[in-house]
Ligand binder design. Sequence first.
Ligand code: AMP
Length: 818
Amino acid sequence: MRGSRPRGAGRRRPPGGCGGDTLRTPASLAGCYSAPRRAPLWTCLLLCAALRTLLASPSNEVNLLDSRTVMGDLGWIAFPKNGWEEIGEVDENYAPIHTYQVCKVMEQNQNNWLLTSWISNEGASRIFIELKFTLRDCNSLPGGLGTCKETFNMYYFESDDENGRNIKENQYIKIDTIAADESFTELDLGDRVMKLNTEVRDVGPLSKKGFYLAFQDVGACIALVSVRVYYKKCPSVIRHLAVFPDTITGADSSQLLEVSGSCVNHSVTDEPPKMHCSAEGEWLVPIGKCMCKEGYEEKNGTCQAPSPVTNVKKGKIAKNSISLSWQEPDRPNGIILEYEIKYFEKDQETSYTIIKSKETTITAEGLKPASVYVFQIRARTAAGYGVFSRRFEFETIPVFAASSDQSQIPIIAVSVTVGVILLAVVIGFLLSGRRCGYSKAKQDPEEEKMHFHNGHIKLPGVRTYIDPHTYEDPNQAVHEFAKEIEASCITIERVIGAGEFGEVCSGRLKLPGKRELPVAIKTLKVGYTEKQRRDFLGEASIMGQFDHPNIIHLEGVVTKSKPVMIVTEYMENGSLDTFLKKNDGQFTVIQLVGMLRGIAAGMKYLSDMGYVHRDLAARNILINSNLVCKVSDFGLSRVLEDDPEAAYTTRGGKIPIRWTAPEAIAFRKFTSASDVWSYGIVMWEVVSYGERPYWEMTNQDVIKAVEEGYRLPSPMDCPAALYQLMLDCWQKDRNSRPKFDEIVNMLDKLIRNPSSLKTLVNASSRVSNLLAEHGPLGSGAYRSVGEWLEAIKMGRYTEIFMENGYSSMDAVAQVTLE
Ligand code: AMP
């Protein structure tokens, strides 16, 4: 196609003149720019200003072209010459506004093309085109009705370079026919109402380096006010101490790209953290995290060593010595192992002395009298040295001054010594009894090693769970695995729940040298028995052995004062079942699968450690503000005095029947495979937004139905792949159930390929699942429909079934939703 520059291109009208008249000039039909009598300049300026305030694109959109920001010539081509024309307006800042218009509504057979210049796609394989335009309502055009159109067409043509411009019309690929949501009439012009339409289309996958766009008019009255072409990216973020780079979204509108993060400086991880970049440019489903190395503290997404020493004070100064003291850095970020003191005579920096001290005082000796010395101090933790403090200058006293003062020295020395000793005794006393912080019960690393060997085979790199019952003294187990926290470091703010042993509160924990943390605090109510105390703290002995992003993290315990407390990380959204009920239907399938993936990863970690949870249920999962799910509730006397769902079985144990595998109910065979069964129930709870498994059936009926092969039906709108996984978890033979690592892998696959979640379990198979597929219902286990309905507590529907011809179990098995 050949083309020429449109008429008027490059012509600039000064801000004083939106000139033209109403009907014969196309522009007046199409927009404000040339409709001065009806829509004077201020209307144009308002519109322009509004447009320019919209220029800031969202941070996940990267513009490839924005006609509103191009200062010079756009270089677009119109064909034929008398079709599209550029109206060279300028805004209040004399910046050009590139508006193209056409209005051949009275003429037959219009075919007017406007071709953009070549646009590089900068590596994106899916691009978006946002058009802003006004369009005249054909009904408001006297005489134009026969030929007038209210749409135009948008096309593209891919090419690696700018040579593709002269291609023929029919080589362009159509993107869409664009219609206006709002067309305007003469009256609107009179009312100065500008009905600006915004339409966005996307194109992909693109395979070349760039493309042209083309707009085809076939007889409408249009003003194309702006064209913005952009791609979407997930902008670089730091999440869980890992840096995720700017990531261009995938070519497919439902594609999720898996992106690995890299740990920020001074942090590490076992498994590289991952996130998923959605087609909309959002980061979804964070998996894993990095953790600051020993001695570094997390702060605003980074890990830093000790902050500089700031408060340095001079002590005794003599002719040959200077004593100094200082305070711990504001942010030690770990335990300070020692200080390094560098000093030198002023202006003699090349010759300096270094002293190391574990105390916060030193005396530099062997100095010259009446000389200025420069001191700098830095702290060292396990992470290494922090930066040096600023320079502090102190001057030794002259020889004569020292000798003239000689008589006073013994008295001053004695007073100072006594004072220092007294002060030291007082500080020592305070520190030993009152200091806020951890008093680590076990200091000897050998002892720790020994305990890990105590009756447990420790494979290299694999940690094993140690049952606190194996300790003769349960208090020893608590202090083995949980740090003791001074009660004065904890501020309780409000009650958030009730545990079996006492209230659960939220609050804050401020340990010396650490950032203040929001925490949950479980308290042991007054008047407890020794067994209750042991059981209460047993949870901390278990929790303290775990370290995984999907397991609730223990901060420590308070056992040396009352009330006895367990302090854990705070999970803003509380327990998962309540949270889902409150937010029924609010999440995307991917978000739900992300939650399930987190729970499965936590359970994989527990099963690798050899820990069987026995009470896995949505009520025992906590969820934080990032929708990260963590497994919690690690009672010692499993199972399950504290779980209101737990019921006594015939064998005497207390078991949460609806969540428990048949072999665990029948003969207390609790294994990771029985946890997998419970996990299947949790999946069901999550997908059904907190519905109660088996609804109002009694525990006895649930046991009977499950034993006979009955399984929960698929929740509404459940992806078939998820329901299949649930059914796999509910295999009667526990060895046939998937392992947690297989579940994690399976969910990862689904997350990577979300289109696999699009196939839903259809309504009729939901019903037949409910009625027959997994049960013996169609195979004669019940003699009549009535007996079966009674068994599932639906006896009141017997008559309806009969009236509708479902009088035999075979007929019931054929029932569909209709
Ligand atoms: P539990 O005794 O562990 O079942 O806790 C009782 C309730 O306290 C839970 O259902 C939660 O609502 C709340 N809760 C417990 N731990 C936390 C936590 N770490 N963060 C937020 N809420 C919690």
